[in-house]
Design a protein around this ligand. Structure first.
Ligand SMILES: *[C@@H]1O[C@H](CO)[C@@H](O)[C@H](O)[C@H]1NC(C)=O
Ligand SMILES: *[C@@H]1O[C@H](CO)[C@@H](O)[C@H](O)[C@H]1NC(C)=O
Ligand SMILES: *[C@@H]1O[C@H](CO)[C@@H](O)[C@H](O)[C@H]1NC(C)=O
Ligand SMILES: *[C@@H]1O[C@H](CO)[C@@H](O)[C@H](O)[C@H]1NC(C)=O
Ligand SMILES: *[C@@H]1O[C@H](CO)[C@@H](O)[C@H](O)[C@H]1NC(C)=O
Ligand SMILES: *[C@@H]1O[C@H](CO)[C@@H](O)[C@H](O)[C@H]1NC(C)=O
Ligand SMILES: *[C@@H]1O[C@H](CO)[C@@H](O)[C@H](O)[C@H]1NC(C)=O
Ligand SMILES: *[C@@H]1O[C@H](CO)[C@@H](O)[C@H](O)[C@H]1NC(C)=O
Length: 408
């Protein structure tokens, strides 16, 4: 259907972006006096194999590098933009993920000898049952959120999430129905205040779901599982589910092109797609509290290969399988490893790596967003940047401006 291999174009992209990356990296190094530990810069065209760092808490600020370079192009044609996704390497868009780093006998030991019973039947304090009521969406977007992120939620509703509420995108129509929900748990001390305020927000926007589990970072796994259970109950006829974070930006029409490609490419919808985590052998962290997992929860030294947690996609057929698998294993805190690695492997859900799905571990040019280089980008933590990206898309223009990601 699509021409995926364009060696000539690709080599042009390679040279162009290679040059850009090298120049910008140099400029960053020159500009940064206080040398914080930098996240590795991903080669623009090669999937990173060994990133070598654990996920870190980061904050983003902006800096303009070099002369501005405003590019004005004609109205976007997303069939042709889709060709820009293939720039990552001259490989297939979807690559089946295998676990040749994990001895079969070790996995069997975990599979047979480790068990738990998780009911996961939390009560929905705000059911959001009307979200999917009128039409069955093609795509449901689940965004875990927190009470205090009111202004970010409003900004998301005004920017890329408008694709769902208006079925359109700057200079584009969106043909498929899209719905989204912000997902919440609760805290004992502020629960009633939260509930009141979120109920108001829910009446206004019809995009809130809240359940009565304790909403902590170490319970993120529970939060996502609750979101999947909600989907099975209240949005059962959905075709695809996308989990993304509050700082993720989705190029929605491009995502639709990607989903159509996936739909044509796959005979079953029992799969999970994302950008494969850079670790070749994803290590289990035993000592750092945030990701700590004990040997009684998960005994092996490595996880199955899994996706970056900020953006991943689930076929409808995988939901029941994942929930069933989650019911019988100790729940561990690292959401990405558990939901996109362990559960699919346990339940027999195909994991697919899509290099174009999102970006990892390097600065992102505004122009890369406007030029349709990825279906999703992440770490857009700064509201002005989100606004600027959106207006760039609206006016189809961009600056040679990058965001510099630093450790806090
Ligand atoms: C969009 O681009 C594709 C591939 O380059 C081309 O076949 C198609 O005719 C274009 N459509 C429009 C409306 O320009
Ligand atoms: C399960 O654990 C027992 C006791 O530790 C061990 O003997 C057995 O080999 C394990 N089963 C598998 C499939 O590894
Ligand atoms: C969860 O479901 C089980 C059985 O289906 C029931 O016994 C239990 O009370 C339920 N828990 C909650 C909190 O509703
Ligand atoms: C996760 O939520 C459940 C249900 O509210 C709670 O019992 C548990 O303590 C929470 N766990 C963590 C680590 O916050
Ligand atoms: C699906 O895509 C893969 C490459 O990503 C390709 O090898 C395969 O032939 C495609 N299958 C179909 C049915 O299009
Ligand atoms: C597999 O199990 C063996 C024996 O228990 C252990 O020595 C080895 O470290 C395990 N490997 C992994 C990857 O967990
Ligand atoms: C594809 O990327 C190139 C730069 O590599 C850019 O000039 C072009 O506008 C992009 N095409 C679309 C349709 O986004
Ligand atoms: C590009 O940068 C210039 C100077 O900083 C600014 O005036 C302009 O609005 C920017 N354009 C975009 C599209 O961000």
């Amino acid at each position: 259907m699509y021409r995926l291999c364009r060696p000539v174009k690709l080599s042009f992209y390679f040279m162009f972006f290679g040059l850009c990356v090298v120049t910008v990296v140099k400029l960053i190094i020159i500009n940064q006096a206080d040398t914080v530990r930098k996240r590795p810069i991903e080669n623009d065209f090669v999937h990173p194999i060994e990133v070598g760092t654990s996920p870190t808490l980061v904050s983003t600020h902006l800096r303009t590098v070099g002369p501005t370079n405003v590019a004005m192009t004609s109205i976007q044609n997303y069939s042709s933009s889709f060709a820009n996704l293939t720039r990552l390497n001259n490989k297939d868009l979807l690559e089946v993920i295998l676990d040749d780093h994990l001895p079969e006998s070790n996995w069997t030991n975990y599979k047979l000898n480790f068990s738990a019973k998780n009911e996961l039947n939390y009560t929905f304090l705000i059911t959001g049952e009307e979200i999917c009521m009128k039409d069955d969406p093609y795509l449901l977007i689940i965004i875990p959120s927190e009470f205090g992120e009111v202004s970010r939620r409003d900004l998301l509703r005004k920017t890329w999430l408008r694709a769902a509420t208006t079925n359109s995108w700057p200079k584009r129509e969106i043909q498929n129905k899209i719905k989204f929900m912000f997902l919440f748990g609760t805290h004992s001390n502020v629960a009633s205040e939260e509930l009141k305020s979120l109920t108001k927000e829910s009446i206004l926007n019809n995009d809130i779901v809240m359940a009565d589990f304790e909403d902590t970072y170490r319970n993120l796994t529970v939060k996502i599982l609750v979101g999947l259970k909600w989907t099975i109950k209240y949005c059962s006829k959905v075709t695809y589910v996308l989990k993304c974070d509050m700082d993720t930006f989705i190029n929605v029409p491009l995502m639709m092109e990607f989903l159509h490609y996936v739909q044509n490419n796959r005979s079953s919808d029992n799969f999970l797609i994302g950008l494969r985590h850079g670790y070749d052998k994803p290590p289990v962290v035993r000592d750092v509290h945030r990701w700590k997992v004990t040997e009684t929860e998960y005994p092996l030294a490595y996880y199955p290969r899994y996706m970056y947690g900020h953006t991943y996609l689930l076929g409808r057929g995988s939901l029941d399988v994942l929930i069933a698998a989650a019911g019988s294993k100790p729940l561990i805190a690292p959401e990405d490893a558990f939901i996109t690695g362990i559960l699919p492997k346990l339940g027999g859900v195909l994991r697919l790596n899509a290099a174009c799905f999102t970006m990892c571990c390097r600065q992102i040019f505004d122009c890369e967003v406007v030029w349709n280089k990825n279906v999703a980008i992440t770490e857009i933590k700064n509201n002005e940047r989100l606004e600027r990206l959106w207006s760039n898309i609206a006016f189809n223009q961009c600056n040679n401006t990058i965001s510099i990601t630093e450790q806090t």
